[in-house]
Design a protein around this ligand. Structure first.
Ligand code: TNX
Length: 767
């Protein structure tokens, strides 16, 4: 008997976890009041919910069945230990979760609120509860508490591009289930693009018979010369039955699916299946490489009939009130050369091809509205006049969304700078190949979908935000998860809990919860990236002295460093820097090295103690290091222009003044610019410098940024010219001025044609 009792105690305690391990809620609730004591959930707990809360109640029971081996038995409201109560005073999607010593009470005014209370309750259970099919019945001890919670934004979205690469419905369902865990409520399903049409349309069978398959796929990066292809036929599509299955699954997870059918651009797969939909009528293949393609839908009557027929099959499949019609990146060359299009522009009294795009979208909007649905389009739909009821997804930055909100249109913010999860998340050279860019976890966490340019009234039009996962460089499920996790945790917190108002305080707290959340992700078999143990370095300046500060985001770690190959020391305070310095460092947890080796080189040049001013501020999306970053002795990454050393300016001409305070001998000034035409980043064609001389006079020199024998077209992504502005000459003065004109409007034939180019500048090294 004693033995049995002993065994029983062991089994019971295996199911119990300390409170601090348990409370790692993401997204963070609006308020949490922790009480003393615990509540035990086991098979004896009884349950009551009204029919309105059925999705939440069933989710809880399915979850427990899977992870704990039992369901809660249903009983009357009076007798139940766990009850869902309708409470009309709760805000939409909000809830109160009260765990006392004898009862769990969930109050909500709607089904979503009850569902999110269950997701919180689920996150209070240990990660093991996520693992499927335990061999024996489990019991869990959870803390007594009161949580009052509601979302900051009503739209909390995540996108997946299933056109560039195809992901089967089992994976799509897993993706959706993970959104539910994080209280995200919208899945934007990108179903058509140049490289594949992925949704069965019964009236047009060739769309999937032909348009869902490409002959081969680019391998390596688009900018590699020469481009290489794998020679393998690739494709796949969802039948309408598949779609219904996924939609039903999403409904059980309180997720709305917004399908995207791209038009008029990104339509090459459709045109390859039905060449008459294009302006040229020629047979073209499904695209095998990435980018923007000239073949777009031609605004002929038969094209509109086709699109209306397609939408007539798509709309009934999706309960969503929105249909996404794309609208982005539609080059106008074919419309310029097409007699029908030109006549249409005249007949309809349109201004130009942008007017024609606007006509195109407005016509589709009318049709979609007639079916009782609304359209969403990428921010290009603003050009040439916005369709009257359209919601805008702002991706090229925040400006499109700001303009749309000022015009009283609903907006979803999804700028490349903070929400493109296809961009790199770490500086490490061993990251999987990505399209480019740099959006680390902290950057996502720092996102505020509401721009300062909007007043309170205008801000109401910002429905929320979304992260996008474009899959040109993401061929498999594991890599999808690697790019999405943990950055989606930050997006979930921005959209649910609200943007951080104090990043330096909130981010460490968030990261601590992310670290504690990782075992849950493990249990869910999610292939997340872990960059939490990386070090961050920062130059500090005090009383004319320069220091280097090292930090690591998670708690309870030790940092060890060495400077200029000296002996390794434990780091306790910022390191004094008085000469060129090479610093190497590492993070230790319980004496064991975790994470990767950190290395930084500091150039102790003459600018490091100078003052700097800029004629225009950098774009807020690419201003992490502030203007000081240009003279802090540290060069940015060769591959990630979004780090805290590079500053980005969108379309602006720039003047930089560096003031040394006293006359200073200067032998050389060098800097460098990023060049990534694929991301619309172009080095300026020339730069100028105002040079001061000993006699008080100045002159202005003009320097081409590429040497005459460089062929600009050969300068590809990642190639960063280092520009000697002044070498070998001696000047003496207290101030220099650099004049940096923007590259200008991006010419036809290049990515982003017609848009303003970005200028990215790095350290200005003065010797
Ligand atoms: C731009 S975002 C696109 C996509 C690409 C993506 C890559 C948008 C509306 N268009 O077609 O996949 O960049 O980051």
């Amino acid at each position: 008997m004693r033995k049995i009792l002993f065994l029983f105690i062991i089994i019971m305690s295996a199911g119990m976890f300390s409170q601090s391990d348990q409370i790692a809620l993401i997204p963070k609730p609006q308020s949490l009041e922790l009480k003393k004591g615990t509540f035990k959930i086991d098979e004896n707990i009884t349950l009551y919910f009204e029919p309105e809360f059925e999705i939440a109640g069933n989710f809880l029971n399915d979850f427990l069945q899977n992870g704990a081996g039992f369901q809660l038995k249903k009983t009357s409201e009076k007798e139940a230990d766990l009850i869902f109560k309708k409470d009309v005073s709760q805000p939409s999607e909000g809830y109160i979760l009260e765990i006392s010593n004898s009862k769990i009470t969930i109050k909500a005014s709607d089904a979503s609120g009850a569902f999110y209370a269950v997701q919180t309750l689920r996150q209070l259970l240990p990660p093991q509860a996520e693992t499927k099919n335990p061999t024996k019945k489990q019991s869990f001890s959870i803390p007594q508490l009161t949580i009052t919670d509601y979302p900051k934004f009503q739209y909390r979205g995540m996108h997946l591009d299933c056109a560039r690469h195809f992901f089967d419905i089992e994976f799509v369902k897993k993706y959706i289930a993970n959104l539910a865990l994080l209280k995200m409520n919208t899945f934007h399903w990108h179903l058509t693009d140049d490289q594949g049409w992925r949704i069965e349309i019964k009236k047009y069978p060739e769309l999937t018979a032909k348009g869902a398959f490409r002959e081969e796929t680019l391998i390596g990066h688009y900018n590699d010369t020469p481009q290489k292809f794998d020679g393998k036929r690739y494709g796949g599509f969802y039948t309408q039955e598949d779609i219904k299955e996924v939609v039903a699954f999403a409904a059980k997870h309180n997720v709305t699916i917004i399908p995207e059918i791209e038009m008029p651009g990104h339509a090459q797969a459709a045109i390859s299946a039905y060449p008459e939909l294009g302006c040229t009528g020629t047979q073209i293949p499904v695209a095998t490489t990435w980018g923007v393609f000239e073949d777009i839908f031609c605004p002929k009557e038969e094209t509109f009939t086709f699109l209306e027929n397609v939408l007539s099959e798509v709309i009934p499949l999706f309960p969503s009130e929105y249909i996404h019609i794309g609208g982005d990146e539609a080059p106008k060359l074919q419309w310029k050369n097409c007699a029908h299009c030109q006549k249409l522009i005249k007949d309809k009294n349109l201004k130009d091809e942008h007017g024609l795009q606007s006509y195109f979208i407005q016509r589709i909007e009318k049709f979609v509205n007639s079916k009782g649905k609304k359209i969403i389009g990428w921010d290009e739909i603003l050009e040439g006049g916005l369709a009257p009821n359209a919601t805008v997804m702002s991706w090229r930055g925040m400006q499109g969304g700001i303009d749309a909100a000022k015009e009283k249109h609903d907006v979803i913010m999804t700028p490349t700078s903070h929400s493109y999860f296809d961009y790199y998340q770490s500086d490490n050279p061993d990251e999987p190949l990505a399209i480019g860019g740099f959006v680390p976890l902290k950057k996502v966490y720092s996102f505020n979908p509401i721009s300062k340019e909007l007043n309170a009234e205008e801000s109401k039009y910002i429905l929320g935000a979304q992260a996008n996962l474009w899959t040109e460089y993401i061929p498999n499920e594991k890599q999808v998860e690697y790019m999405v996790f943990p950055r989606i945790l930050a997006m979930s917190e921005v959209t649910w809990s609200g943007p951080s108002e104090n990043l330096e305080k909130d981010y460490p707290d968030f990261v601590t919860r992310v670290e504690a959340f990782m075992p849950r992700l493990d249990s869910l078999n999610i292939n997340y990236a872990n960059h939490l143990y990386e070090l961050e370095g920062k130059i500090l300046k005090e009383d004319g002295k320069v220091f280097y500060e090292l930090t690591t985001p998670t708690k309870g770690k030790e940092i060890r460093y060495s400077i200029n190959n000296s002996e390794t020391k434990a780091y306790s305070k910022p390191i004094l820097i008085e000469e060129n310095s090479k610093i190497s460092a590492n993070v230790f947890k319980n004496g064991e090295k975790v994470g990767r080796d950190f290395f930084e080189e500091i150039m102790y040049h003459k600018g490091i103690t100078a003052k700097i001013s800029l004629s225009v501020p950098p774009n807020p999306a690419y201003a992490a290091g502030g203007k000081e970053a240009l003279i802090n002795g540290i060069s940015g990454s060769d591959k990630r222009y979004g780090d805290k050393e590079w500053l980005g300016f969108w379309g602006d001409d720039l003047e930089i003044t560096i003031d040394f305070g006293t006359p200073t001998d200067i032998n050389s000034v060098t800097t460098r610019f990023y060049n990534a035409p694929g991301q619309w980043i172009h080095a300026p064609k020339i730069i100028k410098m105002i040079r001061p001389f000993v006699d008080g006079t100045t002159d202005t020199i003009s320097i081409p940024t590429f040497s005459p024998d460089d062929n600009n077209e050969n300068i590809i992504e990642g190639y960063i010219p280092i520009i000697p502005i002044l070498a070998g000459k001696m000047i003496d003065g207290s101030k220099i001025v650099l004049i940096i004109p923007n590259y200008g409007i991006i010419p036809e034939g290049q990515q982003g044609a017609g848009n303003k180019a970005w200028t990215f500048i790095d350290e200005i090294i003065i010797e």
